[in-house]
Design a protein around this ligand. Structure first.
Ligand code: FE2
Ligand code: FE2
Length: 294
């Protein structure tokens, strides 16, 4: 199979000047502490998930023939490396607040990904990568569509990290998909990978936020549990339509247009990346649809 990579798909590896200071509140969205815990739980998984994706794609590289796709995979690896390194910096802040049991979760993630690599085929691991990226594309659209609700007036240092990450997840939506298609191309494996990866990452994220909420005494309180259910329902109903689209046999990620906000973000990056590392969360929905500070 061949890919349809062209110059317009050139990925940019961005080194963002985020500042993760010690004064960041774990509940960085004070109005939505349960959402903060959920996003933190996902962040904890990134330094284990993304290095696994990188190792998987590195194994795929020698099997590719298309030079444009090979370059795109290299850039994808560069983007994912930036993602998990920046998340690790934020996770260090979380872990500094005394959530000791996170160490056990990290060991579990390390172990499960290591087992996949040792015991499963490259086809499985690439289907996982392509499947995870399908979910990440849906998550990116959901986050950006609901950016004001999810990030409005929250700590810009954390909001900017998450929105940067998912602008780039949208930007590299085709890379793992086309790599899987170029090397294997089987529909059922891809479908299995999509739902397996989605549930697998959600399992880790959930374990992470439960650890934090238990330690903070929030997990046992009905009000917080109801909010967790609400945010999970919003997440699932928001992401599922795109996930189901990606489950169609003839799906290609280019079928799904990128949100204008992520296009604006990419344009603005060329002028000023410092602004994007500290978004104005009080103004994420200006009439221009960008919400960036001047
Ligand atoms: Fe990523
Ligand atoms: Fe990704």
């Amino acid at each position: 199979m061949t890919s349809n990579v062209n110059i317009e798909r050139k990925l940019t590896v961005r080194r963002m000047p985020f500042t993760f200071d010690d004064d960041i509140d774990i509940k960085w969205n004070a109005a939505k502490p349960e959402w903060s815990y959920m996003a933190n739980g996902a962040s904890l998984a990134m330094p284990y998930l993304e290095p696994y994706l990188i190792r998987t794609m590195k194994k795929a590289l020698p099997l590719l023939n298309d030079n444009a796709l090979i370059q795109e995979v290299r850039d994808y690896i560069g983007q994912e490396a930036q993602h998990y390194q920046q998340h690790r910096r934020f996770n260090d802040i979380i872990k500094s607040r005394g959530y000791d049991i996170i160490d056990e979760l990290e060991q579990q993630m390390l172990s499960e990904y290591s087992i996949f690599e040792k015991e499963k085929s490259l086809k499985f691991n690439l289907a996982y990568a392509a499947g995870f990226e399908s979910m990440a594309l849906g998550v990116g659209h959901w986050l950006i569509k609901n950016r004001d609700y999810l990030f409005g007036t929250s700590d810009p240092r954390v909001a900017s990290l998450i929105l940067w990450h998912f602008v780039e997840e949208i930007e590299h939506k085709c890379t793992a998909f086309d790599t899987y298609q170029a090397i294997y191309g089987g529909y059922w494996h891809r479908l299995y990978g999509t739902f397996f990866a989605t549930l697998h990452v959600m399992k880790f994220s959930r374990s992470g936020y439960i650890i934090m909420m238990k330690k903070d005494g929030a997990w046992g309180k009905l009000r917080h549990r109801l909010h967790i259910i609400k945010y999970n329902l919003l997440f699932i109903t928001g992401v599922l339509p795109m996930l189901l689209h990606s489950a169609l046999p003839n799906h290609h990620p280019t079928d799904i247009d990128d949100p204008q906000w992520s296009k604006d973000w990419i344009d603005l990056y060329k002028k000023n990346n410092a602004i994007l590392a500290h978004l104005d969360t009080g103004n994420l929905t200006t009439p221009s649809g960008t919400g960036f500070t001047k």
